[in-house]
Design a protein around this ligand. Structure first.
Ligand code: ZN
Length: 483
């Protein structure tokens, strides 16, 4: 399958990337060897070492105006009150006013990993499985592979003696896996300075939906997380003594939590569904070609418990409709056995994944109103409170804009197939930050496959995805420059 477009003469770039494959794999292996785990205070020096590795690479490749932005001490909770946040590394390649400027974001920190967790090989020693053509190691796909990908694109241009078709600005952070502390402030501060003149932000930090077909991602759901606190007796009590003669917090909480969502996934809070943007025919059409099946969902979930039995309904409910999940009850007895406790205080946790056009504040109001009404119906002497713990907005872009179309052409050049236009059910908060602060479009251009195991054991990146991924990133810059 293909769509007609004018091909650019960039085969020499692709050929050069193929020739540089050993060097590119070597670069990734050096990056993986630095255990830059941002959540582990003991490993903070390694995160800093990784930032220095990047500065060195950028310098050798000829980047200019390289800046290491210190972000100060990490706010509590921390063991070491003087713990410094890892810096954000900025650099630019070219500053020709006649060219467009693309900002690429990536992160150089990784999730924790221990061999004992069940890894087949040492997580921080890249293992190149040559029979399967797979690179294993923590950070291979999330996000060191893609970060090296952008550097590789520049190296290939240098080797060819080609100019980059755009001005490239890089922004690499070291706290992504730990809440991106300090990043929002930096982006806001640099929006009119270092990031001045940026026309487009491109992020390679997510994955294909499946394992065979490239995707471009144009939407993410948001998340509003709530808790309901129910407080009764002054301490946990014994049901043999107090059962039947006092109002139990758990009973009240379960009653109220059961009014939030039904077993088919329908949100029961009045007014929520009415805020969801109607599905247009054009959007509906995007779901037709997407490579996905009920079987894949069942395999990923490890069960046959799908609520929808066809591809389009599953994807729509994952990406463009809201969902409400009940996560847990703090303070409840949750161990094995048969403890006869009456918990004195319980806190029910749930969240709503949000989509266009749900307004976050309006959603909060609807949630509070519904829960307060349900609590009132109980006529219980217990104390109640419902509150928002945190929220993050959804993001959606226009898959028909010039940046997405440029990435689609590059994908067709490299993979010989029109990519699927997908959304994701989760969030990547930085996407919204860049869009809001810089006022430009954001494109999510993933490199790895859906089964790469980011955050899991045996994280991997297929060599094919790495090398073709570099070609796609490079090709994208050329098509975007001409768009
Ligand atoms: Zn990531």
């Amino acid at each position: 399958m293909s769509e007609k477009y004018d091909k650019l003469p960039i085969d020499p770039l692709f050929k050069t990337i193929d020739e540089l494959k050993p060097q590119f794999i070597e670069r990734l292996s050096k990056a993986i060897a630095i255990p830059s785990v941002s959540s582990d205070e003991q490993l903070r020096p390694k995160v800093v070492e990784m930032s220095k590795f990047l500065v060195n690479e950028l310098t050798q490749l000829g980047f200019q105006d390289i800046q290491v932005k210190e972000l100060g001490t990490q706010p509590p909770p921390v063991q070491d009150a003087n713990l410094q946040l890892p810096p954000i590394v900025l650099g630019r390649f070219g500053s020709d006013p006649k060219k467009k400027t693309v900002l690429v974001y990536g992160h150089y920190d990784v999730q924790p990993a221990l061999k004992e967790d069940g890894w087949g090989t040492e997580p921080f020693t890249m293992h190149y499985d040559k029979t399967k053509e797979i690179l294993y190691g923590r950070g291979s796909t999330d996000d060191k592979g893609p970060v090296m990908g952008w550097l590789n694109v520049v190296e290939a241009h240098n080797k060819l003696g080609w100019e980059l078709p755009v001005n490239l600005v890089v922004c690499f952070e070291g706290m992504e896996e730990s809440g991106s502390l300090g990043l929002d402030e930096l982006v806001a501060k640099e929006a009119k300075q270092y990031f001045k003149n940026v026309d487009q932000v491109t992020i390679s930090d997510n994955y294909w939906l499946g394992t065979t077909k490239p995707v471009l991602t144009y939407g993410l759901r948001g998340c509003n997380y709530y808790q309901i606190i129910v407080k009764g007796p002054g301490a946990d009590l014994h049901s043999g003594i107090f059962g039947g003669i006092i109002a139990e917090p758990m009973t009240d909480l379960i009653k109220v939590m059961s009014t939030l969502v039904d077993g088919k996934g329908k949100i029961l809070i009045p007014g929520v569904d009415e805020m969801v943007a109607p599905l247009t025919e054009k959007e509906d059409g995007l779901y037709d070609s997407i490579d996905f099946s009920v079987e894949e969902l069942n395999a990923a979930a490890g069960s046959n418990t799908a609520l929808h039995q066809n591809k389009k309904d599953i994807l729509k409910h994952r990406w463009r409709y809201p969902s409400l999940s009940l996560h847990g009850i703090e303070g409840a007895f949750s161990g094995a056995g048969a403890k006869t406790v009456i918990p004195s205080k319980v806190v029910g946790k749930f969240s709503i994944r949000t989509v266009p056009d749900i307004e976050s504040k309006k959603l909060d109001e609807l949630v509070f109103k519904h829960i307060n009404q349900e609590l009132a119906k109980l006529n219980s002497p217990n104390e109640f409170k419902v509150e928002l713990i945190h929220d993050g907005n959804y993001w959606v872009s226009d898959p028909f804009n010039e940046s997405f179309q440029a990435a689609a052409k590059a994908t067709q050049d490299v993979w010989g197939i029109v990519p699927d236009f997908t959304r994701e059910g989760g969030s990547i908060p930085i996407t919204l930050t860049f869009e809001k602060e810089l006022g430009v479009d954001v494109l999510l251009l993933p490199m790895g496959r859906g089964d790469d195991g980011a955050h899991s054991i045996n994280e991997k990146l297929d060599v094919n995805n790495y090398i073709n991924g570099c070609k796609t990133l490079g090709g994208y810059l050329h098509y975007y420059a001409k768009a």
